[in-house]
Design a protein around this ligand. Structure first.
Ligand code: ADP
Length: 840
């Protein structure tokens, strides 16, 4: 710190001729400048002691080199006479000094070098000039210094104020020189510059250099700062804030929660847009009172956002051989479907971003649609999720409700993704065929967006309000039938059919898959439970009636449970289940296998129907009663089926006389067609031939052979048109013991899809005209019935007397004998009822 200019009235200080020489390490002292020094070396302590007893002055000369005790050659010979203004002795013998520069001096010669140097000195006189130039230079260095003070962190602001108060340019230069960062050589140069103008010029140069350095420094600093990403800085600040709050005991639960969310947002890896939204919501949360209802809403939202697997994905295992092995391990047969899946995976392997078609597994329940999906996930090493679309009417179920709704949640898709915990699971959408449309919007349309590879990379859920990328999800849909699937949706999908299993296939599936699986699930060893093939076949025939194997698996599980119980209680060690044991394990038989066991009747024809749970056999009943020619249709028949019935009636009327029926008959009688089970909606044209057969039987009194199953659409002129679902229908016929199957001729070429052994068991009669059906299915003319009944066409036993009575009544033209059976029930009881009719 300067002490200003010379004291008033004193222009030049007194300097003795000889002074002790104190070498300075790495610095110079300018006149008027006070500087602290630490003296540790013994000889210099002595020097100071001596000086203090003399006139307190020393020659402070900068050392040129860093040596312990520099000699005359190792110090600069121009320096400063300095006064010791304060001395403190420290306990270790060293000294703390404050010295103040007094006058520039030059060493003339050395008079002593031991124990310290003493030299003869002379004053160095400064060349002072008062000119505009000097004044300008002085002002300039002051301005430069101001700038430096503002930029350099090591200079306090007060130092500039001190500088401002120095009026003499030479002293100002010295003051500034002693306070800036310049080298020893530069400092010495300024000390030796006796001409003020020259000193100011040099200083200007050094100041410029310093400013430049500082500017570059701050530029680098600010660059580093911007490069250190905003989030990092925020992170540091937040950590600090947390620490401070903790220190102050101010961390309440809310703050902790907010901090937690912040961390979760950080870690979730969500895209920019979602992140912004999350942060906005978090800011809102921070400002809300905890008790506010909205607080919970915001919190739930943040929980959803932060728990989604934004960037969590599993790595695909695209080893095709392994995939095939897994599919084969899990499923019997289904080769066509497996091949297609393998192709799909192969393409996926070659093309990373494959936007392949969505696979749609179509088939009745229990044929392995879901478990195929699980196998695919297992083969690929992906997670598996499944949602059911059945009965979905509301678009919001897919897409979520907007957050403004009370209790709003994301849609099922996003929920599924969260459950999967990865953004590329195998995602199964069950029952696409059961999706509905109503006033709350069209879920199918929302589903389209989910499945469309062009759109689903930014699927927007109403609740999330920010897009989520679904493009890496492998969607698989399932349906029982393709018919109700909206065409736009069906268009996006590749349908793979799983039509259902034959008895033999079921036997294989049971032996190779279901039994081992159930044994394991019940903790049983192979040696502890065996089920004979006969027993399995009996379970398939008498305890289940299905296209798939779901109930079969259930029955096997029931057996396993009971055997496990017996083994656990020590009642048995092992068990071989034969057909005889089934009653004990599974109760009474549930289904009668044989349609044959039913008696043939008038007015009842065996139709083959295609239902969502595979094929089925249904009996179309027709009753005639006195009336005015009306046609009554019951049994929940759809429009198409009703029209089909009307067409059948028109045709029958047109040919009635050929069958010996008076055309007037139809004017005086009402006809009633009923198709049990009454509670199950039925539709489609393929029962046309069956209804026509039942009708003609009812009006002619000729019995129908129950073991003739038939299917086909009928035209007004009696032509038989092709139908769908042939395989399922044939399988159902085979299951039920039908012997002859009447099919439209055009369907004949599809017979090759049906397994050989089934084809061998059945007789197929392709027809083009309904009269061919009548020939096969109807007994000969009723009038000849008595004779026929003794010798029925298919070698069947004769019908009972009840029928004869009915036939007699019919012959008298009053009433046809028709089996009218009960009323409706629900879907299940309806079936049971239909089946129970077949019981003996
Ligand atoms: P879906 O989804 O078609 O209704 P599931 O996938 O639920 O049918 O199948 C029902 C059960 O039958 C599952 O345990 C499944 O593993 C088994 N299953 C079905 N088909 C086969 C098959 N071909 N091989 C082995 N098990 C099968």
């Amino acid at each position: 710190m300067p002490n200003g200019d010379f004291p008033m009235g004193m222009t030049e200080p007194y300097i003795p001729e000889i002074l002790p020489v104190l070498p300075l390490r790495d610095t110079v002292i300018y006149p008027h400048i006070i500087m602290p020094l630490l003296i540790t070396k013994e000889e210099y302590v002595k020097l100071i002691d001596d000086a203090l007893t003399a006139d307190r002055l020393v020659a402070a000369m900068a050392a040129k080199e860093e040596v312990e005790t520099p000699g005359p050659e190792q110090i600069y010979h121009v320096g400063t006479a300095a006064a010791i203004i304060r001395m403190l002795k420290l306990p270790d013998g060293s000294m703390q000094l404050f010295v103040q520069g007094v006058q520039r001096i030059r060493i003339v010669d050395f008079v002593q070098t031991h124990p310290y140097m003493k030299a003869r000195v002379e004053k160095v006189r400064e060349v002072l000039e008062k000119s505009v130039e000097v004044e300008g230079l002085a002002r300039n260095i002051l301005a430069q210094f101001k700038k430096i003070v503002s930029m350099a962190p090591y200079l306090p602001n007060e130092i500039f104020i001190a500088a401002m108060n120095i009026s003499e340019p030479n002293n100002l230069a010295d003051f500034i020189a002693s306070n800036i960062n310049i080298t020893l050589e530069e400092k010495q140069e300024l000390l030796e510059a006796v001409n003020v103008k020259e000193r100011l010029e040099k200083l200007t140069f050094y100041l410029n250099k310093e400013i430049e350095i500082l500017e570059i420094g701050s530029k680098i600093q600010s660059q580093v700062q911007t490069e250190m990403s905003k989030s990092q800085r925020e992170y540091f600040l937040r950590e600090q804030l947390k620490a401070i709050q903790k220190e102050l005991g101010e961390v309440d639960e809310r703050t902790m929660e907010i901090n937690e969310f912040r961390e979760k947002i950080e870690k979730s890896g969500m895209p920019e847009e979602a992140r912004k939204e999350a942060e906005r919501e978090l800011d809102r949360l921070a400002k809300m009172p905890v008790a506010a209802a909205e607080y919970t809403v915001a919190r739930t939202y943040l929980e959803w956002l932060t728990s989604l697997p934004w960037n969590v994905s599993t790595e695909d295992n695209l080893d095709i051989k392994r995939a095939r092995k897994i599919l084969d391990e899990d499923h019997y047969d289904l080769d066509k479907v497996k091949d297609r899946i393998i192709e799909y995976l192969a393409v996926r392997k070659l093309k990373e971003d494959m936007k392949g078609p969505i696979l749609c597994f179509v088939g009745p329940p229990g044929v392995g649609k879901t478990s195929l999906g699980q196998s695919i996930a297992r083969a690929l090493g992906r997670k598996f999720v499944r949602i059911s679309l059945g009965g979905m009417h509301d678009e919001a179920e897919i897409r979520g409700h907007r957050r403004t709704y009370i209790g709003a949640l994301p849609g099922r898709i996003i929920q599924g993704i969260r459950k999967a915990g990865s953004n590329n699971p195998v995602f199964m959408l069950d029952e696409v065929d059961k999706i509905g449309v109503d006033f709350r919007g069209d879920p199918a349309a929302a589903l389209l967006e989910v499945l469309d590879p062009e759109q689903n990379y930014s699927f927007s859920d109403h609740y999330l309000d920010v897009p989520f990328d679904l493009s890496r999800v492998m969607f698989i849909t399932t349906a029982n039938t393709v018919i109700p699937i909206p065409p736009a949706l069906l268009d996006r999908m590749e349908v793979l059919e799983l039509p259902g299993y034959t008895e033999v296939e079921k036997l294989h599936i049971a032996k190779e898959h279901l039994i081992p699986r159930q044994l394991e699930e019940h903790g049983l060893k192979k040696s502890q439970l065996t089920i004979t093939d006969d027993a399995l076949r009996a379970i398939i025939r008498k305890y289940t009636r299905e296209a798939g194997v779901r109930n079969l698996e259930r029955e096997i599980a029931a057996i396993c449970r009971k055997v496990a119980k017996d083994i656990a209680t020590g009642e048995r060690k092992s068990k071989k289940v034969t057909e005889k044991d089934l009653h004990e394990f599974l109760g009474p038989e549930r289904f009668r296998f044989e349609v044959l066991e039913e008696e043939d009747e008038v007015g009842v024809a065996t139709g083959l129907a295609w239902t969502e749970s595979g094929g089925d056999v249904l009996f179309v009943e027709c009753q005639v009663m006195p009336g005015s020619g009306e046609l009554v249709l019951t049994g929940k028949l759809g429009d198409v089926m009703q029209e089909s019935a009307k067409a059948a009636l028109t045709y029958c009327r047109s040919v009635a006389d050929r069958y010996g029926v008076d055309p007037e008959f139809f004017k005086k009688h009402d006809l009633h067609i009923h198709v049990p089970a009454g509670a199950i909606p039925k539709d489609g044209p393929s029962a046309g031939v069956t209804m026509a057969t039942a009708l003609i039987s009812a009006v002619t009194g000729r019995k129908v052979r129950k073991d003739v199953g038939m299917t086909g659409e009928i035209t007004l002129r009696g032509k038989v048109l092709p139908i769908g679902g042939l395989k399922e229908k044939v399988l159902a016929a085979h299951r039920s013991g039908v012997k002859t199957v009447v099919i439209p001729e055009e369907n004949q070429r599809y017979l090759e899809e049906i397994p050989d052994f089934i084809r061998k068991d059945l007789k197929f009669v392709p027809v083009t005209d309904i009269e061919e059906v009548f020939k096969v299915a109807l007994y000969p003319d009723g009038r000849a019935r008595a004779k026929q009944e003794k010798e029925p066409p298919a070698g069947k036993t004769a019908a009972g007397g009840g029928d004869e009575k009915a036939a007699a009544k019919k012959a008298s033209g009053t009433k046809a004998s028709v089996s009218t059976s009960g009323n409706s029930g629900n879907r299940k009881t309806g079936l049971k009822r239909a089946n129970s009719r077949r019981r003996s």
